[in-house]
Design a protein around this ligand. Structure first.
Ligand SMILES: O=C(O)CCC(=O)C(=O)O
Length: 311
């Protein structure tokens, strides 16, 4: 029921966030080197939170996940187990930024004893790593909702043919600023995640993603604005650049949406960096003007954030 308890500020100080809409190809080492250049460019704008796209260092597609997958556990992995882990850590440290490192395919290999012989089982995830300005790993998010869709004549995609889903929601404390939630692409379609994260005090929901030319024009911006307006938080969507010579055509249009659902910055199709200033007062203003948080009727419907265990 409505109450008007005071709410503590959820963003400690204004912060600039950059989405790097990256062009990448089949050469992982080249992709990592190029990402480092673009993260430097993003940091030079004054951005202190930098976001990379989903599958930023490989082509996107089920055929590619196993050959590009890296082992992240035990953490920290060695350089040869995960060159991407080390490259991302260095990008964060070299530029003194929080780096939400898009996503990479992750391999978890386990051995089991069966009938006196050892069997190796390989499990793959779509995984996002976030690093602190000192280069320390802050969080790992494994895509929870796998991208399995079929729109006849347009697009069929079945990540679950190859990938396994993650099972935890990812809320990250950035000590200088406050909390953000990270989820990956198709995860944006599930408002429960966003609601829980916002009610746990996140000032921004960050989605590395790679929508396509069918659902991108229909839903990408709509979903970004929907998650923002429902939760009165900032939303950042970060896509790869579109490459019509690649097997998968990403929509592009990386953007940052404010707590009133206004699109603050939006990229086009090609490579680029978009930057927005996030301010706690803008969140408070939205929440004062339209006081949803004090008007929810949890006596009529359940609060999905109740019972969620913090990691
Ligand atoms: O939800 C969509 O339409 C696209 C999702 C997607 O591309 C992904 O999860 O990688």
């Amino acid at each position: 029921m409505a109450s008007s308890t005071p709410h503590p500020p959820i963003l400690k100080q204004p912060v600039r966030l950059a989405c790097v809409q990256l062009a990448s190809g089949p050469d992982k080492a080249a992709n990592l080197a190029h990402a480092a250049t673009k993260v430097r460019e993003a940091a030079a704008t004054g951005a202190k939170i930098v976001v990379l796209p989903e599958c930023f260092n490989s082509p996107y597609g089920c055929d590619h996940f196993p050959s590009y997958a890296e082992t992240l556990l035990p953490s920290p992995p060695t350089e040869s187990q995960s060159p991407s882990f080390h490259a991302l850590s260095a990008m964060a440290r070299d530029n003194a930024v929080y780096l939400i490192g898009g996503s990479i395919p992750e391999l978890v290999a386990t051995t089991t004893n069966q009938d006196d012989s050892q069997k190796e089982k390989k499990t793959y995830y779509n995984t996002s790593l976030t690093f602190s300005p000192s280069g320390a790993l802050l969080a790992t998010h494994r895509k929870i909702h796998l991208f399995d869709i079929s729109i006849p004549g347009k697009i069929t995609f079945r990540e679950s043919d190859v990938l396994s889903p993650g099972n935890t929601l990812t809320i990250i404390d950035l000590p200088d600023y406050g909390r953000v939630a990270v989820a990956i692409c198709y995860d944006v379609r599930f408002p429960e995640l966003a609601m829980i994260a916002a009610r746990r005090g996140c000032f921004a929901l960050v989605y590395p993603g790679a929508f396509n030319l069918t659902t991108g024009p229909l839903h990408w911006k709509l979903l970004g604005q929907a998650r923002a307006v429902d939760n009165q938080v900032y939303v950042a969507l970060c896509s790869p650049a579109r490459d019509m010579s690649a097997g998968y055509h990403a929509w592009g249009h990386s953007m940052v949406v404010d707590p009133m659902a206004e699109v603050l910055v939006e990229a086009g199709e090609g490579e680029g960096v978009v930057v927005a200033e996030l301010e706690g007062e803008r969140i408070e203003e939205a929440r004062r003007g339209i006081p949803l948080r004090d008007q929810r009727r949890f006596d009529v419907y359940p609060d999905v954030s109740r019972g969620f265990e913090e990691p």
